[in-house]
Design a protein around this ligand. Structure first.
Ligand code: IYR
Length: 221
């Protein structure tokens, strides 16, 4: 795109009361989002996943390079391979690599090396970060602010899925290079996170945790 290629902004200004109402409703919806670890195997419509990914793909990114790739995994054989590889890493993590401090911090979440949700949930959305793009001539171009960009896209994906009634879990086995091999992605893409998506298991519970109130996370100058 050149500087001269411009189009009018489609911005809709809303009345003050509507703005406040929308912001309150969005907050009330988002605060009901919870990270779920007990998934049902019931299918979620693929259209919902695709639309949420379309929304994620609208995220701002450094120089609009859109440095992300999403692999939507529903094949049981591939989910199983991912589970086996992730659990091997997690056994290392919980058994050896994690510091005592880290394990203490995780205690309230009740997590361990067993990741049945990687097979149970209908969809694993594996998010890859692209350090480089290709131009039309096929030459490698550097991408910018890739972590920020992909982080924003993941946030939008989680919000879109939640608004559509899909429960999610952000899962980051570490290291997760095995995802390149299993999903046949190029070496200059870095696995960023797995977004596990589906319905919660009937009777699922979540840890009783709280979020910091506004006054603790903000200051105004
Ligand atoms: N990746 C591990 C450990 C883990 C780490 C953090 I930080 C969490 O918020 C949750 C889990 C696992 O998935 O169990």
């Amino acid at each position: 795109m050149h500087e001269s290629d411009r189009e009018p902004l489609a911005f809709e200004e809303k009345p003050r009361e509507e703005m406040i109402g929308r912001s309150e409703r969005f907050y009330r919806t988002m605060r009901r989002r919870r990270t779920v670890r007990d998934f049902s195997d019931r299918a979620v419509p693929r259209e919902v996943i695709d639309n949420a990914l379309r929304a994620a793909g609208t995220a701002p990114s450094g120089a609009n390079m859109q440095p992300w790739h999403f692999v939507v995994v529903s094949d049981p054989g591939i989910k199983r391979e991912i589970r086996i590889a992730a659990e091997a890493e997690e056994r290392e993590f919980y058994g050896r690599r994690a510091s005592a401090e880290w394990l203490r911090a995780l205690e309230p979440l009740g997590t361990d090396e067993n990741k049945p949700f990687l097979e149970t949930a209908p969809y694993l959305i594996v998010v890859f970060l692209q350090k480089f793009s290709r131009n039309q001539a096929g030459e490698r171009l550097k991408n910018y602010y890739t972590s920020e960009s992909v982080g924003i896209a993941c946030g939008m994906l989680l919000a879109a899925l939640h608004l559509a009634g899909v429960a999610t879990l952000t899962h980051t086995p570490s290291p997760m290079r095995f995802l390149n091999r299993i999903l046949d992605r190029p070496g200059d893409e870095r696995p960023f996170m797995i977004v596990v998506a589906g319905y919660p298991e009937a009777g699922a519970s979540v840890p009783a945790i709280t979020k910091k109130p506004l006054r603790e996370i903000t200051s105004y100058r």
